[in-house]
Design a protein around this ligand. Structure first.
Ligand SMILES: [Zn+2]
Length: 188
């Protein structure tokens, strides 16, 4: 990441919106933003497949569902956060599973970029397909977009839900219904 470039850009941005980058409250802001970017965009330089370096070779052929994975991402259209929860389910191929924390880590790697919720959802699913070759994957993401709630339409509290299904969850309504039932469980 080019920290100096970020600092110059933030300074210009402050000038651009008509504020004074040299007033005391803003003097350290370019530096702070540059440091923050290292963290909130850490996913850009991370290969999602690196999350799966160690797989567990276990015989398991039931649905694995990791619910309520919190994430914070940045809308690439407005550079404002969108945040919420991801739910990730997969049906293993019978030989390969991954540690549950890896699923949360995968969500994080895809979230810490300039993103769109739709792409975040499908990228999580596709990375899981690539790493585990499971029989099916289903990813549901629910999020609040600050670009919707702070400006324009102003719909506070409104949530956007996206879902992606792959493999058997796409082809077989009964297995998909099983995941949906597991997801609903949590809300009760
Ligand atoms: Zn946006």
């Amino acid at each position: 990441m080019d920290t100096e470039k970020i600092k110059r850009a933030v300074r210009m941005f402050i000038e651009g919106i008509g504020d004074d980058p040299d007033r005391s409250g803003l003097r350290q802001t370019p530096e702070r933003v540059a440091r923050m970017c290292q963290e909130i965009f850490a996913g850009i330089a991370t290969d999602p497949q690196s999350v799966f370096r160690e797989l567990l070779h276990e015989v398991h052929d039931e649905i694995v569902l990791v619910k309520n994975i919190p994430f914070y991402s940045m809308c690439e259209h407005h550079l404002l956060p969108f945040l919420g929860k991801a739910h990730v389910a997969y049906l293993p191929d019978g030989q390969r599973i991954c540690g549950l924390s890896k699923v949360a880590r995968l969500v994080e790697v895809h979230a810490k970029r300039l993103q769109l919720q739709e792409r975040l959802t499908s990228e999580i699913a596709d990375s899981l397909v690539q790493a585990l070759q499971p029989r099916g994957v289903m990813v549901v993401v629910e999020a609040e977009h600050l670009c919707m709630t702070m400006r324009g339409v102003k719909a506070p509290g409104s949530r956007t839900v996206t879902s992606v299904v792959r493999g058997i969850f796409r082809e077989n309504p009964a297995t998909r219904a099983e995941v949906m039932a597991l997801l609903r469980d949590q809300e009760a």
